[in-house]
Design a protein around this ligand. Sequence first.
Ligand SMILES: [Zn+2]
Length: 138
Amino acid sequence: MSIKDTAKALLEKGVATGDEELINLANELLESLTPPKPSKKSGLDEDYIAPAKNENAQSDSQGRRAKTEPIDAKKRENEFVDDGTEHKDEVTPDYIPSPRGRKAFEKVKVVCTRCNKNLDVHPVHKRENYICSSCIKK
Ligand SMILES: [Zn+2]
C-alpha cells in the first residue's frame, strides 16, 4: 500500500468517524504527495506578446471579430494650409535623366475561338485559345 492509498484510507476513516483532525491530517498528506503545479512560464516576455483582442467583440459565424467601435462619419475639414514652408530644404539634384527608349506596343492579331472574329489586342492578352470579351460574357 502506497502512502497515497494510506492517506485515502485515513481520509475515509476520518469521514466515517467524523474525526476532523484525521481528515485534516489525511488532506495534508495528500497535498504533500501531489507535486506543485509548474509555474506558468513561457519563453516570451510579456512585452513581446500582442495585447489581447477586445474581449467584448462578438465573433461572427466564421470566427472573425468585428470592430465594435463606431466609425466617425462626421464631415471633417482639411486643416492643412500650404504656406510653402514644407520641404524647403529639399533640393532637386542636377542630373541627366535616362532616356525613355521603350517602344510603344503594337497590337497583335488574334482570332476568337468561339466567334472566329479577327481582333487586334494588346500583346499581353494574346493566348492560345483566345476568347473575345463579348463571347466571355456569354
Ligand atoms: Zn468571340
